[in-house]
Design a protein around this ligand. Structure first.
Ligand code: Z5A
Length: 205
């Protein structure tokens, strides 16, 4: 039987990195074999593309270039890592996936949804996540949390208006496809976030 494909999304500083291990442990304790990975990245070639996307060497990169690089990394990641794992019955837990493209390159950069959908269908065929957890919190709270952590990457240097559009882009998607998404309030304490995650995973399993 094909493995389950679970993705974790969130706007800036929402706590994805902080909570990935928790989700991974929950799934392992439930008896599943889990592959944890991330986007952009996950394979050597895709990690190289990630460096190009997040670094500051190409600060003036056009939105179309950014979009195509994201999908180039995704094609490699899917074909060489995600799909083979799913076919072997492994549960794949991925830190960001195509919802991030709709949110950042679509809502954030202004690329029409239809263009993104063409690439999504080309690169993924019919494959979509079975469950997408969206960690939601006010943009200012997330930026404050992320700012206290590390030097900003190319995306993190964007203005607050960009991240507002990204958040709204995510929320719009969760409303359109409520069956796949679970929205978790990430503005509360870590303990309370994990209580919500526990409930979501209990229901999913
Ligand atoms: N991107 C894209 O544009 N298009 C795409 O298709 C894809 C990605 C797939 C890299 O993603 C960038 O790629 C991303 C979008 C773009 N750019 N941005 N921005 P990433 O996921 O690798 O990086 P990130 O979004 O920058 O994630 P992040 O900043 O690492 O956020 P996070 O993982 O959600 O946050 P965190 O590190 O877990 O937590 C931030 C801080 O808050 C940290 O100090 C925690 O200790 C603290 N924290 C966490 N939870 C709490 C609670 N509940 N209370 C208090 N403090 C907390």
């Amino acid at each position: 039987m094909r493995g389950q494909f679970i993705t974790l999304e969130g706007s800036e500083g929402a706590g994805k990195t902080t909570n990935l291990g928790f989700i991974n442990d929950y799934l392992v304790n439930a008896g599943l074999e889990v592959l944890q990975t991330r986007e952009p990245g996950g394979t050597p070639l895709s990690e190289n593309i990630r460096e190009i996307l997040l670094g500051h060497e190409y600060d003036g990169m056009s939105p179309d270039t950014e979009l195509l690089l994201v999908f180039a990394a995704r094609a490699e990641h899917l074909n060489n890592k995600i799909i083979p794992a799913l076919e072997q019955g492994v549960t794949v837990l991925c830190d960001r996936f195509t919802d991030a493209t709709y949110a950042y390159q679509g809502a954030g950069r202004g690329i029409p949804t239809e263009k993104i959908a063409i690439l999504e269908n080309w690169v993924q065929g019919t494959l979509r996540p079975d469950l997408t957890i969206f960690l939601d919190l006010p943009v200012e709270t997330g930026m404050k949390r992320a700012g206290e952590r590390s030097e900003p990457d190319r995306f993190e240097k964007e203005q607050i208006e960009f991240f507002e559009r990204v958040r709204q882009g995510y929320l719009e998607r969760t409303r359109k496809e409520p069956g796949r998404y679970r929205v978790v309030d990430a503005s509360v304490s870590l303990e309370e976030v994990r209580q919500q995650l526990h409930k979501v995973l209990d229901e999913f399993i």
